[in-house]
Design a protein around this ligand. Structure first.
Ligand SMILES: Nc1ncnc2c1ncn2[C@@H]1O[C@H](COP(=O)(O)OP(=O)(O)OP(=O)(O)O)[C@@H](O)[C@H]1O
Ligand SMILES: [Mg+2]
Length: 543
């Protein structure tokens, strides 16, 4: 395939531009794609590779990879003086995803193919030294954001084809190497088109067990169901061995399957983070993320000089399980407050800012004190008041306020432990959760809000969608005044009450709905004894 490019360009006066080519690529800031135009001009003359337009270190290193890959198809970079301009200059250009576009720009400029073919094609891909195309991060959000407008198609690495196949529009081709792409552009061998990736939600890829095997624990089970039905954040608190971790890990078994739109969004986030390494190439079940409590603030909510999504975004549309909640760093917990309120993470940097969606269902689990036995009905807690106060200090009121449902998980009664397991199955609870979510969906679609679940409702919207029966309003007003609830607490209780009524199929909120929604707060305030909080186990069983 060796060809004398200098020969092709015979007759061009040294020092004058040989030719010029323009290729389209993309810089991704957060999930937001920015079209980047790569202009390449070549002159014959002393070897030079000059790049302008705010390229960052990995892009500057592209020269080495491009030179090697081009040598593989017989083009020697050192025979030219090459100037590359990346426009617009004010968009930071991180990553090695411009390799293929840069190499094609050079080849187009030196006349290896008719460069005008690439005028409206998005080109993505990193090159290996041998010219093979490596996958890049964030292919899906780049295609989704840019195809359809000025761009009619795209060329992506074959390793990104499954992910790209989630996009059901535009003409996307994939190639395995620079040579294959060049053959396509020379009209010798067409590149294959990306096929639509089949989507079937996988219900329980993270589930290892079934709710059926949990003994007793009627109240925590009910809380799990309410949390799943309305996407409410949940806090389990109680002594060791009560089953907090076990219950939290079972949450995915009662969540509704991931919809196609949710899968696209989740896949886009995982792709940008570079964690889409499963053999399926897409996210097809609700994410379940359980970061260790030693995680940094940036790891939890996202960050870095080139902003990457954190665990809270990787768990978007799924579950963020924070076991040993009180052990997390204070800075990490505080950083969680904003995304839990807004459903997005905003990361500001000197030259740029990135936003990532972050609407997971957060399940936090913790003991009530350092020794763990503070709320134990029979065992004695050995912690001093000072130790307990220090333990709770990390969890500020505003953070706890953001966990809609607070539940005590007390030790399982011996009677329930030694009896045969006869709890309701995950499938049966899940059917109620799905029905409750469908009621919410129907309500919010008809009102054309952007919400999907009750957990996102504002006070104004609650006035509209959660009409209170007179008795319920009177009780709620009295209790809120007595206990000094904040406006946020009031809103959270109405949201949870709306979900409890949705599980039942009741359009209005009655006294029993608001009372059940307030249980955790009544218990926290000492208004309710732990014994009164317990619920007869029989209520949670099948039939
Ligand atoms: N209600 C239950 N039904 C069946 N098994 C249970 C139950 N509760 C606990 N177990 C068993 O006990 C083990 C320990 O429970 P788990 O780890 O969930 O407790 P925990 O409340 O998270 O404790 P810690 O506070 O120490 O983290 C579980 O793996 C499970 O085998
Ligand atoms: Mg645990």
């Amino acid at each position: 395939m060796q060809e004398n490019i200098a020969g092709v360009m015979d007759g061009v006066i040294a020092g004058k531009p040989l030719a010029y080519a323009r290729v389209r690529s993309c810089a991704l800031l957060g999930l937001e794609p920015h079209l980047v135009t790569i202009e390449v001009s070549c002159t014959r003359g002393p070897p030079l590779f000059r790049m302008v337009g705010l390229p960052e270190a990995p892009v500057r290193e592209a020269r080495v990879r491009i030179a090697s890959a081009l040598a593989g198809i017989g083009v020697l970079l050192d025979e030219y003086a090459i100037t590359v301009n990346l426009a617009p200059a004010d968009v930071p250009k991180p990553g090695a995803m411009f390799d293929l576009a840069l190499a094609l720009g050079v080849l187009g400029a030196v006349g290896r193919f008719a460069a005008h073919q690439l005028a409206d094609v998005l080109v993505l891909g990193e090159l290996s030294l041998d010219g093979s195309l490596q996958p890049v991060r964030g292919v899906l959000p780049q295609l989704r954001g840019l195809l359809g407008g000025a761009l009619r198609g795209a060329i992506v690495p074959t390793a990104n084809a499954i992910e790209a196949g989630l996009l059901r529009s535009g003409r996307v081709l994939h190639g395995g190497s620079l040579a294959e792409v060049v053959q396509h552009l020379r009209g010798e061998q067409a590149l294959p088109e990306v096929m639509p990736t089949p989507f079937a939600p996988n219900a329980s890829s993270h589930a290892v067990d079934d709710l059926r095997h949990v003994r007793g624990q009627a109240r925590p089970r009910r809380a799990l169901e309410i949390a799943a039905a309305g996407n409410h954040n949940l806090l389990f608190m109680g002594p060791p061995g009560g089953g907090k971790t076990l219950l939290a890990r079972l949450l995915p078994t009662i969540l509704p399957p991931l919809s196609f739109e949710e899968a696209v969004e989740a896949t886009a986030i995982h792709s940008v983070a570079g964690v889409l390494r499963n053999e399926k190439g897409i996210v097809d079940s609700r994410p379940f993320r359980a970061p260790h409590h030693s995680i940094s603030e940036a790891g939890l909510v996202g960050g870095g000089s080139r902003p990457r999504p954190g665990e809270v975004s990787l768990a978007h549309y799924g579950v963020l399980f924070m076991d040993e909640f009180a052990e997390f760093r204070r800075s990490a917990l505080e950083a969680l407050r904003q995304p839990l309120e807004d459903g997005v993470v905003c990361i500001a940097r000197a030259r740029t800012h990135a936003t990532f969606p972050a609407r997971p269902l957060v399940v936090a689990a913790m003991n009530a004190c350092p020794c763990g036995y503070r709320s134990h009905p029979r065992q004695r807690c050995r912690c001093s008041p000072h130790q307990v106060a220090r333990y709770h200090q990390k969890l500020s009121g505003p953070l706890l306020d953001r966990l809609d449902v607070h539940v005590r998980v007390l030790p399982v009664e011996v009677r329930a432990l030694s009896a045969a397991a006869d709890g309701e199955s995950s499938a049966s609870v899940r059917a109620r959760v799905i029905a409750a979510r469908e009621r919410q969906h129907a309500r919010y679609v008809s009102r054309a809000t952007r919400h999907r679940t009750n957990a996102e409702l504002s006070l104004d919207e609650l006035d509209d969608v959660a009409p209170l029966e007179r008795e319920a309003r009177r009780w709620l007003e009295q209790t809120a005044a007595d206990l000094g609830w904040s406006a946020r607490a009031w809103v959270k209780i109405l949201r949870v009450a709306r979900t409890i009524a949705d599980i039942e199929g009741s359009p209005r909120l009655g006294l029993r709905h608001v009372e059940e929604a307030s249980l955790g707060r009544l218990l926290d305030s000492g208004r309710l004894s732990a014994a009164a909080f317990e619920m007869p186990d029989a209520q949670s069983r099948d039939g």
